[in-house]
Design a protein around this ligand. Structure first.
Ligand SMILES: C[S@@+](CC[C@H](N)C(=O)[O-])C[C@H]1O[C@@H](n2cnc3c(N)ncnc32)[C@H](O)[C@@H]1O
Length: 244
């Protein structure tokens, strides 16, 4: 796994973060060393998605913002581990970064998986049993979020699941300060220097815009989901399961 050194050299001008070839080349290392819980949330998402398609004929699963296909692979792995055979399953793995998809296509070679290069805000959805959106919604302009969730709700069959993971923020200053300080230590302990931490924070400032857990839940309910569960929380990271 190539080591993430994207922000290791001092920069005079820090441009907004993009998912380009440089990031794609080190992405598995970057996300594991930056996102608390990544190594739990991905396989758990796989299990939840696998359970959502049990006993369903020809189910479709979307993996939105699939990057290198880690969560798609987790779904396939979960099906195998649970001994589930799902006839005519299809997984549509979507990303708008050609660099990410190039690598994903060479890593995930499974006839059940189709990679699509598209912006999720304009992607037409077909009926689905599960939609996975791990750490993508936070990168969309805030005004695009509710319309996308409504379209996802609209494509989900009754009982289907949206599995959503996000960076969040706390709505009180003390919790926010505690979570931020603990996250910086998480990154230091994973080998990032203070320079890397601060340059990456600046690069993400305008592009990664968080919501609170409460606003996520309220927006999912307003989009028509009938059950919303917060199944993971660690500092400023949370994962939701919303049932249609
Ligand atoms: C943090 S990564 C997601 C990680 C991935 N879900 C995983 O589990 O490893 C965010 C991904 O969303 C993609 N992305 C960002 N905005 C997008 C959009 N509007 N439409 C589609 N993909 C988008 C990025 O290219 C990037 O690959």
């Amino acid at each position: 796994m190539a080591r993430d050194q994207v922000f290791s050299e001092p920069r005079t001008h820090i441009v907004d973060f993009v998912f380009d070839e440089t990031v794609a080349a080190v992405f598995p290392d970057m996300i594991r060393r930056s996102v608390p819980g990544y190594e739990l949330v991905v396989p758990m998402t796989g299990l939840l998605a696998a359970r959502a398609v049990a006993g369903i004929d020809s189910p479709r699963i979307y993996d939105l913002g699939c990057s290198l296909g880690a969560t798609t692979l987790a779904v396939l792995h979960a099906l195998a581990s649970l001994g589930m055979t799902v006839p005519d399953l299809s997984i549509v793995a979507v990303d708008n970064s050609a660099a990410m998809l190039d690598q994903a296509r060479s890593t995930v070679r499974d006839p059940r998986v189709r990679f699509v290069e598209s912006d999720v805000s304009t992607l037409p959805f077909e009926p689905a049993r599960a939609v996975i959106m791990n750490w993508l919604l936070q990168f969309l302009p805030p005004e695009h979020r509710a319309p996308l969730l409504e379209r996802i709700r609209g494509c989900l069959q009754d009982g289907g699941l949206l599995l959503l993971s996000e960076k969040v923020h706390a709505d009180d200053d003390a919790t926010e300060a505690f979570n931020r300080a603990a996250h910086e230590d998480f990154k230091r302990a994973n080998g990032y220097s203070d320079l890397e931490i601060s340059q990456k924070r600046t690069a993400l400032e305008q592009v990664l815009i968080t919501d609170t857990v409460e606003s996520h839940v309220a927006r999912l309910e307003a989009a028509g989901f009938r059950e919303v569960h917060v199944w993971f929380r660690c500092l400023n990271w949370a994962a939701f399961a919303a049932r249609a």
